[in-house]
Design a protein around this ligand. Structure first.
Ligand code: DX5
Ligand code: ZN
Length: 216
């Protein structure tokens, strides 16, 4: 199966956001990855509903919204209204994950769960039938530009084996420190959706880099 590229705009130039979204529309990107941080679940803040809504008005690709916030249940409907197509909540941030996933689906979005690097992959077993996607963090969430954690390969393989055994169509997304140097090995391990920030936005030609990553 051909893999998908989900550029993360976290470290893009926000004064030129319309140019960024235009570039992504014209590019071979499959999704647009938006990182939402509350300064509590992670030590950083990013952006919120007005920016997501404005991106949604212009974007021609589905919005892949990654919530790094505590008690995401408070805002699920507002993220739907802002334009989220896929909504990822963190396992570590939810009190009743079954209920949260059910609500995300009921609102018409694709439900996804993310794990921090220290959370055991096996905790997801009971939720797999209700998950379109699992996001394995390959850095500590909070900032772009960090180094990929090598132990992530084993985590992706373990999750792939769980998904195969369960016989469900859940896809594996990976996020953090990804680029030309490790995409292929992550794909071999079982990942099929690649969130990539720095490697795209620090490239001389971001659209050409997206194309290169897409055809690896
Ligand atoms: C980090 C975010 C990532 C980040 C990835 O917490 O979830 O999506 O933007 O950026 P790079 O590719 O620079 O690691
Ligand atoms: Zn992310």
């Amino acid at each position: 199966m051909k893999h998908q590229i989900a550029p993360s705009i976290l470290n893009a130039d926000f004064l030129r956001l319309s140019e960024v979204i235009h570039m992504l529309n014209q590019s071979e990107a499959d999704l647009i990855h938006l990182d939402i941080m509350d300064g509590v679940f992670v030590p950083n803040l990013s952006f919120g509903f007005p920016i997501i809504s404005q991106i949604n008005e212009m974007a021609e690709k589905p919005l892949d919204v990654h919530l790094m916030i505590t008690e995401p249940d408070r805002y699920l409907e507002r993220f739907r209204d802002a334009g989220a197509d896929l909504l990822t909540v963190h396992y570590e941030a939810c009190h009743d994950l079954h209920a949260t996933l059910k609500e995300i689906s009921a609102l018409g979005m694709k439900p996804s769960v993310s794990l921090k690097p220290e959370t055991d992959v096996s905790v997801l077993q009971p939720y797999l039938p209700n998950l379109d996607m699992v996001l394995i963090m390959t850095v500590e969430p909070g900032y772009g530009g960090q180094s990929f954690m090598e132990e992530s390969y084993g985590r992706v393989q373990q999750l792939r084996d769980m998904i195969r055994k369960a016989g469900v169509p859940t896809v594996i997304e990976v996020d953090g420190g990804i680029g030309r140097h490790n995409l292929h090995d992550l794909k071999d391990a079982g990942a099929s959706v690649f969130v990539i920030g720095t490697s795209i936005f620090r490239a001389d030609d971001p659209a050409a880099m997206i194309s290169e990553l897409k055809h690896m």
